[in-house]
Design a binder for this molecule. Structure first.
Ligand SMILES: NC(=O)c1ccc[n+]([C@@H]2O[C@H](COP(=O)([O-])OP(=O)(O)OC[C@H]3O[C@@H](n4cnc5c(N)ncnc54)[C@H](O)[C@@H]3O)[C@@H](O)[C@H]2O)c1
Length: 382
C-alpha cells in the first residue's frame, strides 16, 4: 500500500473527474515518491469510476492506487474528511473561483486549471488569499513546463538574447460542434468563454514568461465563423508589453480537431526563438543572427539540469512538471513556476482583449476595474 507517513509525501485530492483529470491522475501517480492520491470528488457519482477505468492502463500499481482512494460527491465533505495537502480543481471554468476559495479556506494548496477564474477581480482575490495564508497556487499553464522553456525564460531574463522586438502566438486548437455539445458549460460566455479564454489563455501566459514582461495594452477582434456556441471561435489581436515589445495573437478552435497547433515566436536582438507543438509533436529552434540553431545545445543543458527521465515525463504529460514543481514549491517554501499571479495576469489579458472588442478601442492593462465576461453576450459575433 502507498505509505502516507513519509514526511514529504503530500496528499492530493482531485475535484472534477472529466476530460482533463486523467492527465492529473497520471502525473500524481507518476510521482508516487512525493505524492499520494487520496480522493476524487465529482457531483456525477459515476465520473470517478469512469475516469479510473479510462486510465487504468496508464497508472502504475493501479490496484494499490485505487485501494487507497476514496470517492465523494460533495467536495466540502471530502475537504473535511481527507484534509488533503493539495487539491487539484478540474471542474468547469465558471466553478473555479468558489471551489478554489473553499479549498484555500480549508488550508489546502491548490492546482487550479486554466483559466484561473472567469473574472479579473476574483482571480486577484484568489492569489491574494493564498499569499495571505502562505499557501501555493499552481496554475495549469502547461506551456511553461515544456522542455527547455525554463532555460529560455532564464536566459531572456539575463539578457542573453538582448532586447525583445516582437512576438507572435498562434493557437489553432480545433474542436468540432460535438465537443461543444459534450457539456452545457462549453462555449458559453458565463462558464467558459471562447477560443481565447479557454484554449489561448495559457499561451498568452507563456509569452509573458518568455518575454519576462507584462501586457500593457491590447486591441482585438473576435468572430464566430463555424462553431455552434455563444462565444468566439476565432480571435485576433495585438498586445503591447511593458518592455516595449508587440505581440500578435491568433486563437481559434475553428480549425481541424485532427491538426492541433500551438506556435510561439519571439524575435530578439540576438536570436529568434520558435517553439511549436503540432499534432502532438514539439519542435524548437533558437536561431542566432548568424544563423546558428542552438536548440540542441539547450536540450542537452536541460537534460543535464533535470535528467532524461524528467524530460520524457513532461514531454508526454506537462502536468507531471506542474505537480513536481508544486511539490518543490511547498517543501522549499518558494513559488511555483506558474503561480497564482500569473493566473490572474493571463485572465486579465483575455478580459482586456474582450473589453477592447466590446468598446472597439485599445484597452490598457492591467484592467483597473472588474470586467464581467457576461457583457460579451451583448455583441453579435456571427
Ligand atoms: N491545462 C490544460 O491543458 C487543460 C486541458 C483541458 C481542460 N482544462 C480545464 O480544465 C477544466 C475542466 O475541463 P474538462 O474538459 O475536464 O471538463 P469536463 O466537463 O470534461 O469535466 C468537468 C467535471 O467536473 C465535474 N463537476 C462539475 N461541477 C462539479 C462540482 N461542483 N464538484 C465536483 N465536480 C464537479 C463534472 O461532473 C465533470 O466530470 C476547465 O476549466 C478547462 O478549461 C485544462
Amino acid at each position: 500500500m502507498p505509505d502516507n507517513t513519509e514526511p514529504n509525501r503530500l496528499k492530493v485530492a482531485i475535484i472534477g473527474c472529466g476530460r482533463v483529470s486523467e492527465k492529473h491522475i497520471r502525473a500524481v501517480t507518476g510521482l508516487s515518491d512525493r505524492l499520494v492520491l487520496c480522493a476524487l470528488a465529482d457531483t456525477n457519482p459515476d465520473a470517478p469510476s469512469q475516469l479510473l477505468k479510462a486510465c487504468k492502463k496508464k497508472i502504475k500499481n493501479y490496484s494499490e492506487v485505487t485501494a487507497a482512494l476514496k470517492t465523494y460527491i460533495d467536495y466540502k465533505e471530502m475537504l473535511s474528511a481527507e484534509k488533503p495537502d493539495i487539491v487539484a480543481i478540474t471542474v468547469p471554468s465558471g466553478l473555479h473561483f468558489q471551489i478554489a476559495k473553499d479549498c484555500l479556506e480549508a488550508n489546502c494548496h491548490i492546482l487550479l486549471e486554466k483559466p484561473m477564474t472567469m473574472s479579473n477581480k476574483t482571480s486577484r482575490e484568489l492569489y491574494e488569499l493564498a499569499d495571505s495564508k502562505g499557501l501555493r497556487i499552481a496554475m495549469g499553464h502547461i506551456y511553461r513546463y515544456f522542455p527547455i522553456v525554463s532555460l529560455l525564460h532564464e536566459d531572456m531574463a539575463n539578457g542573453v538574447f538582448g532586447k525583445v522586438g516582437h512576438g507572435s502566438v498562434i493557437v489553432r486548437w480545433g474542436h468540432d460542434n460535438d465537443y461543444y455539445k459534450q457539456a452545457a458549460w462549453r462555449g458559453t460566455w458565463k462558464s467558459d468563454g471562447g477560443a481565447l479564454m479557454n484554449q489561448t489563455v495559457h499561451a498568452l501566459d507563456l509569452m509573458c514568461y518568455l518575454m519576462n514582461s507584462e501586457a500593457k495594452s491590447v486591441n482585438g477582434m473576435i468572430a464566430n465563423r463555424f462553431r455552434d456556441m455563444e462565444a468566439e471561435d476565432t480571435a485576433m489581436g495585438v498586445f503591447t508589453f511593458s518592455n516595449g515589445a508587440l505581440c500578435q495573437v491568433e486563437g481559434t478552435t475553428a480549425t481541424s480537431p485532427k491538426d492541433h497547433e500551438a506556435s510561439f515566436f519571439i524575435n530578439a536582438e540576438k536570436a529568434a526563438i520558435r517553439i511549436s507543438l503540432r499534432k502532438g509533436k514539439p519542435s524548437y529552434s533558437i536561431t542566432t543572427i548568424k544563423g546558428k540553431n542552438l536548440a540542441f545545445k539547450y536540450l542537452r543543458r536541460y537534460i543535464k539540469q533535470n535528467g532524461l527521465k524528467y524530460l520524457i515525463a513532461v514531454a508526454k504529460n506537462p502536468h507531471y512538471g506542474i505537480y513536481a514543481d508544486l511539490h518543490r514549491a511547498i517543501t522549499t517554501y518558494t513559488s511555483p513556476v506558474a503561480d497564482g499571479r500569473s493566473g490572474y495576469l493571463a485572465v486579465d489579458m483575455v478580459l482586456g482583449f474582450y473589453r477592447s472588442v466590446l468598446k472597439k478601442a485599445e484597452t490598457e492593462l492591467p484592467l483597473p476595474n472588474e470586467f464581467k465576461i457576461e457583457e460579451m453576450a451583448k455583441l453579435e459575433i456571427r
